[in-house]
Design a protein around this ligand. Structure first.
Ligand code: ANZ
Ligand code: ZN
Length: 857
């Protein structure tokens, strides 16, 4: 049935984007997949969530854009080419075809006419065009940067090709760092805006905004200059604590700092060079890890603290990073944890210059004092509170020419060059006379050649192709060479959501009218793993394109939902530490000797080893992956969707549980039977309008129906609590099942409501049922139901009557009854009269709306 409906929807064009300008727009977007070859459960969850939202918004009268595409460039395709000789394009397009089929089986209401594939020339032509926009704006530039170099294969490696021990995936060689001239995008120009505009993003999880803010890493402080004894140059440092400048007892340079050789004395030269050599082997993470002791060495040089004229030694240390701030630090051991540790180790003086209100500055510190306080030992600033001191020291520094205020961001420019084949070629030409020349517009795209050999060795495949590399300079006509680097695939995904709004445009990247109409994305759904880079880069692209006049909004994604992981049970042998394949596990019911309760215990087959079991993210290596294709074959898409939506709120992790899948399967079967019985019931064809008073049963059922409409609608508004929405639908189905008015038009109202409310969740079965009910058109073209507030009004309640705290009767009374009236109703019950007869009533307790209790003597 599912595939039939999918076919019909395709013919009807049901999933195509509606263009009626009178309807409000809604852009529902899932993060597009990498075509690895197979859909996994994480995809299924992601796309199901977005699909329910898209379907709901359509029923609520929006014109909806709900597209899909492929993030199709990247390393695995190239690896397939190296390992198995399959051309990257072939491997990629095969995977796309297969995964597209899988997606279609899920019954997603996607507009496939807007499909984008980032490795297709009609897409990457515009990626190249956009790169040139950045270049024109002065936001793309080249500089030297380190790459991973495999000395055996003589090739550049991606980070993913280097193992945790720093060895090459192929050759096993110890990977070296090598400097290459590479392309960068100047994202740092937008650091402040990227930070500030996070405030506009009310519909984003706080956690994601915080991660972005930390990544941008804004620090407010000062730039201060320390003269060097015997040299003209000064050492500039960045500090967030100018208030501690009188406590400086040394200055530290990063080993890579250009002044290092100059400040180093002959006596120290050899030791310094050896130290630099050692540090160059460490990664940034190793250099800054908090649990690692800081290492440094004296250069023999001295600097002068301009504030008090004191001479202090210049050191170099591993913990100072060349890429951050100025690559030099003023060391204040009394007030910085790292400096304290460092000064203690190298026997440098520790001078207190900030003191708590009741402190004693002459007492030696046991640890760095990092809180605010009062400035002491600080010349003219003594007695100033440290907060105020920061500003005062900066003002003084400016007057004296020692330095100035400075804001520093941790964010660095985006290195986009990759020395790989399967990526978007950077569209520039290097001419010995004209320098860098952009490839002219009319020559775009610069296409990837396909006569390429993949060996995984030597220079990147593109630079090995002489007739591709050698071209004439577009400006002077002389001999020139193409750029052979390709772009980071994060570039492809930084603008795909814009292209969907005008996916078939061959003249332009998109028209302003279309992009401004559909954007921003109203609801973006994807994994938390993209919380930083993908989202930050997309925001950066949006702002640059806005400044180029290509679009008119500040932020691309209005609301963001980061869905939780899909987990499943894993079995681990505690002795070997290895995961065990489920087919090798035996489950046994045993009585726990401590608690005396029966429980299920798991053993590795054929052994006495009890396995530890827990839920973990599905993965091949843990043998706990569940193949969506199998679930779809066994239960169909509707059940798979229902389970995923019901099992956990969308942003929480979801634990796969076959019993719950079965549960949803049974629920859909119950719905089926309900409708089936109704359709085959002779009275179902009767008139649809109820005239006259409703009976109690009808009123109760109508209340259940409208409660469901209200609750499901509320659950789907804003936070998308699909799990509770499904629970409400189950309640409604129970109410219908139990209803005492199956002949009434109210019952028909209920059956139809159940089908309509279920439509976004289980689209196929509901379409079939809608047809059987004789509904007009597709169920997915019906309007979302609105509840009738009057139907919710409870006009009668059940009053529990107790005598001495024991329940003796339940009667129906008007909901509006006062306490006195409730007592009167209770006393009029015959049963109660029996209990009260001949007894003295000492007290009557009334809980309005619920119960009444007679205390008798
Ligand atoms: C003196 C000082 C005294 C500092 C004190 C802190 C506390 P954030 O917040 O991360 O910006 N620093 C500056 N550049 C550095 C570099 N390239 N590598 C390592 N550390 C560097 O931190 C800024 C602080 O980190 C700066 O303020 C500097 O140490 C250090 F009681 O200067 B501070
Ligand atoms: Zn030229």
């Amino acid at each position: 049935m599912e595939s039939q409906w999918q076919q019909k929807w395709l013919e009807m064009g049901l999933d195509r984007t509606q263009e009626n300008p009178k309807q409000p727009k809604f852009y529902a977007l899932s993060m597009f997949p990498y075509p690895s070859g197979n859909l996994h459960m994480g995809h299924v969850r992601n796309y199901t969530i977005t699909d329910v939202i898209a379907r709901l918004k359509r029923m609520q009268g929006h014109r909806v854009l709900h597209p899909m595409g492929w993030d199709a460039f990247g390393l695995p395709a190239e690896n397939a080419a190296i390992d198995r000789g399959i051309p990257p394009a072939q491997w990629t397009y095969q995977n796309i075809a297969h995964m597209k089929g899988q997606l279609q089986r899920l019954g997603l209401s996607l507009d496939w006419e807007r499909e984008v594939t980032t490795c297709s020339p009609d897409y990457y032509r515009w990626t190249q065009w956009l790169f040139l926009q950045f270049y024109e704006a002065g936001l793309a530039y080249q500089k030297e940067a380190a790459v991973n170099w495999d000395p055996i294969d003589q090739t550049v490696l991606a980070n993913e090709q280097v193992d945790s021990e720093g060895r090459s995936w192929r050759s096993g060689a110890k990977v070296e760092r090598k400097l290459l001239r590479q392309w960068f995008l100047k994202i740092t120009d937008y650091a402040e805006q990227l930070l500030q505009d996070l405030d506009q993003l009310d519909g984003w999880p706080e956690r994601v905004k915080l991660m972005q803010a930390n990544w941008i890493g804004k620090s407010v402080g000062a730039y201060l200059e320390f003269p060097i004894v015997g040299l003209e140059e000064k050492i500039g440092v960045f500090t967030t604590r100018p208030d501690t400048v009188y406590g400086v007892s040394y200055v530290v340079l990063a080993p890579e700092h250009p002044l290092t050789p100059q400040v180093t004395t002959t006596a120290q030269k050899q030791a310094v060079e050896q130290f630099i050599q050692e540090v160059s082997q460490e990664s940034e993470l190793e250099r800054t890890a908090e649990d690692k002791p800081k290492r440094g060495i004296f250069t023999g040089g001295k600097a002068i603290n301009p504030f008090n004229g004191q001479e202090v030694p210049i050191l170099i240390a591993d913990y100072v990073l060349y890429e951050y701030g100025t690559g030099a630090v003023m060391g204040v051991p009394a007030h910085d944890v790292r400096d304290f540790e460092f000064a203690t180790k190298y026997d440098l003086p520790i001078t207190t210059v900030i003191m708590p209100a009741e402190g004693d500055a002459s007492e030696p510190l046991a640890a760095a004092y990092t809180d605010p306080g009062i400035m002491v030992n600080s010349g003219p600033f003594d007695g100033t509170p440290s907060g105020e001191g920061k500003t005062k020291v900066i003002e003084y520094a400016e007057q004296q020419g020692y330095g100035k205020a400075r804001i520093q961001y941790r964010l660095r420019d985006w290195l986009i060059s990759r020395q790989r084949y399967w990526g978007c070629p950077i569209p520039v030409i290097h001419c010995p006379d004209c320098g860098i020349v952009p490839v002219p517009d009319e020559e775009l795209p610069v296409t990837l050649p396909d006569n390429v050999e993949f060996t995984g060795r030597g220079a990147s495949p593109l630079s090995q192709l002489e007739d591709w590399v050698n071209v004439k300079c577009p400006t002077c006509g002389g001999d020139a060479k193409r750029e052979t680097d390709t772009m980071d695939t994060f570039i492809d995904s930084s603008w795909y959501f814009l292209r969907y709004t005008d996916a078939k445009n061959e003249q332009d990247v998109f028209t302003p009218q279309k992009v401004n109409d559909w954007m921003p994305v109203d609801q973006y759904v994807g994994g938390i793993e993209h919380a930083i880079l993908h989202l930050l880069y997309s925001r950066f692209f949006t702002k640059v394109l806005r400044d180029r006049g290509l679009l008119n909004f500040d932020e691309p994604f209005k609301r963001l939902l980061t869905q939780g992981m899909v987990q499943a049970m894993t079995y681990k042998n505690p002795e070997t530490g290895k995961y065990v394949v489920p087919s090798q596990v035996t489950a046994v019911e045993e009585v726990n000797s401590e608690t005396g309760k029966a429980e299920t215990v798991y053993y590795e087959k054929g052994t006495e080893t009890q396995l530890s079991v827990f839920f973990e993210k599905m993965s091949k290596s843990k043998y706990n992956g569940i193949d969506p294709a199998e679930v779809l074959s066994k239960y169909g898409a509707d059940t798979a969707r229902m389970f995923i939506l019901f099992k956990a709120p969308p942003e929480k992790d979801l634990e796969w549980d076959d019993a719950d899948v079965e549960g949803q399967f049974r629920f859909l079967n119950r719905v089926w039977r309900l409708v089936d019985e109704f359709v085959n019931h002779p009275s179902s064809a009767k008139k649809k309008q109820k005239t006259g008073e409703l009976t109690k049963a009808e009123k109760d059922l109508r209340r259940a129906i409208h409660t469901a409409i209200k609750e499901v609608s509320d659950d789907l508004e804003g936070d998308y609590q699909f799990n509770t929405a499904v629970s409400e639908l189950m309640k409604l189905s129970n109410a219908l099942n139990d209803a005492d008015c199956k002949d009434s038009p109210i019952y028909r109202e209920g059956i139809e409501a159940l089908v309509l409310l279920l439509a976004p969740f289980a689209p196929h079965i509901v379409e079939e049922l809608w047809e059987r009910l004789g509904g007009k058109g597709s169920v997915h073209q019906q309007a979302w139901l609105r509840y009738d507030p009057e139907a919710l009004v409870v006009d009668e309640i059940d009053l529990v009557i107790q005598v001495m705290g024991k329940k003796r009767d339940v009667i129906q009374v008007p909901a509006s009854a006062t306490k006195a009236e409730l007592e009167e109703f209770a006393r009029s019950s015959e049963k109660i009269q029996g209990y009260l007869e001949g007894k003295e009533i000492r007290k009557v307790i009334v809980v309005p709306g619920k119960l009444i209790n007679f205390v008798v003597g």
